[in-house]
Design a protein around this ligand. Structure first.
Ligand code: ADP
Length: 419
């Protein structure tokens, strides 16, 4: 039987041709597979890659560093850019905007310190980062195996650049889903001297905060939650927010602003945010009365109900039980509306009134604007005596007459009428 088959195949030209084609095809397939395997092995042997997922801290550092490279480096080959906009709010309230170009999704090539690198930015529209709700992204850096040392140099460099940008500045964080994210560019530190308070207030708070910061071990040894709550209350424009900013600058801390009226903020998220703040930061809950008055009906300006409940807030404040230090500042214009449960020690340990300008504050502020004009300063104090004047109003008045102290005195009534 086998002989019959073999004679049949060998004598049949169609069979022989067919087998020839088959063999050729199989050979080609094997060659192709070999090439693929070969190139895969070569890639594995010759190239190294580093993945940076968007979740990682170094991701933002790297993109920022990369945007600098794109603007300075003549050896970069990028055709697809993305824009990143940052805001900077100045002390006078104005906002400036900067745009920087960062590599968009796709592949980019550039040379750094004599080494060629490929940067591939991939965005997965279907996959969401569940913590922030933004598309999942990965940046993959590839270079030759022998140059892999460049990765750690590059990461160090981007970290250095990011930290340099923050040096001497205060970073303001706002909540983004359950995460904290920097809001705009780091701001220049506000100097404590620029905030003029009535005698003793500044010193009292600073002493208390510093003592708290230096006593971590004391709290730890006694099993007491390492947190301290401060309430600054008083009329608007008395320097509550400005002082907290200056205090953060003095301590070299950052500020996390939590808006309790934010839509979609739930008790769980609030709890999570309070327990997971960035290191060395002051937690700031502004205008706490606007969210929770005695009626406990949280609504924001557009009439939307915040989902945070009053008991949720109390739980979150109490629940910061981790051994990590937590400094919480709350501000309010209407302390009388606050529920007693919130204002008790453990939740609020220190209360300070930031009132309308006292004689001492008015005089100091006057002399800050018009150095050496002691006589006029006295006259100014007398002219506004007994009237309710906020420091913000005074500031506005002196800015208006910035080169003319005499007019500032003469027209001292002009702004008081609005008070
Ligand atoms: P608050 O938080 O009490 O409403 P802000 O701190 O927002 O007041 O102050 C508003 C403006 O008034 C800021 O521009 C700030 O510079 C100025 N200001 C208010 N109080 C003071 C103060 N005590 N010393 C110096 N400037 C002040």
């Amino acid at each position: 039987m086998p002989e019959i088959l073999s004679s049949l195949f060998s004598s049949n030209p169609y069979f022989s041709a067919g087998i020839g084609v088959l063999g050729f095809g199989a050979g080609l397939a094997a060659l192709r597979q070999g090439l693929v395997r070969g190139s895969y092995l070569a890639r594995r042997k010759l190239l190294v890659s580093l993945e940076i997922p968007s979740k990682d801290k170094s991701y933002q550092w790297f993109l920022h560093w990369m945007s600098k490279q794109l603007s300075n480096n003549s050896h970069s080959h990028t055709h697809q850019y993305a824009v990143q906009t940052s805001f900077k709010q100045h002390d006078n309230g104005s906002i400036s905007t900067t745009f920087s170009l960062i590599p968009g999704p796709g592949k980019h090539y550039f040379k750094w310190r004599g080494v060629w690198l490929q940067v591939e930015r991939q965005r997965d529209a279907k996959l969401l980062d569940i913590t922030s709700g933004s598309p999942w992204e990965i940046v993959t850096l590839t270079t030759l195996s022998r140059d892999k040392y460049i990765f750690s140099e590059l990461l160090q460099e981007s970290k250095k650049l990011a930290l340099e940008q923050q040096e001497g500045k205060t970073v303001i964080y706002t909540s983004w889903g359950p995460e904290w994210r920097p809001f705009g560019l780091p701001r220049k530190r506000r100097l404590l001297d620029s905030v003029i308070l009535d005698k003793g207030i500044k010193e009292r708070i600073i002493k208390d905060v510093k003592e708290f910061i230096n006593n971590g071990i004391w709290y730890n040894e006694r099993g007491i939650p390492y947190r301290r709550g401060y309430l600054l209350y008083g009329p608007p424009g008395s320097g509550k927010s400005s002082f907290i900013q200056a205090l953060a600058g003095e301590l070299e801390y950052n500020i996390c602003i939590l808006n309790l009226s934010e839509r979609g903020l739930t008790d769980d998220r609030l709890n999570h945010l309070l327990s997971n703040a960035p290191e060395r930061s002051i937690m700031l809950l502004e205008d706490i009365d606007a969210t929770f008055t005695q009626k406990r009906q949280p609504t924001d300006q557009q009439g939307y109900h915040s989902m945070v409940t009053f008991s949720g807030l109390l739980n979150a404040l109490d629940g910061v039980a981790s051994s990590e230090e937590r400094i919480i500042f709350m501000t309010t214009n209407h302390v009388e509306l606050l529920d007693k449960a919130l204002v008790r020690p453990g939740r609020i340990d220190v209360k300070e009134l930031f009132d309308n300008a006292s004689d001492h504050q008015i005089k100091t502020m006057f002399l800050r604007f018009y150095e050496g004009e002691n006589q006029l300063a006295e006259e100014f104090v007398q002219s506004v005596k007994g009237k309710k004047v906020s420091m913000a109003q005074l500031q506005g008045h002196f800015v208006f007459y910035k080169n003319d102290p005499k007019c500032a005195v003469r027209y001292s009534n002009s702004f008081i009428q609005d008070a």
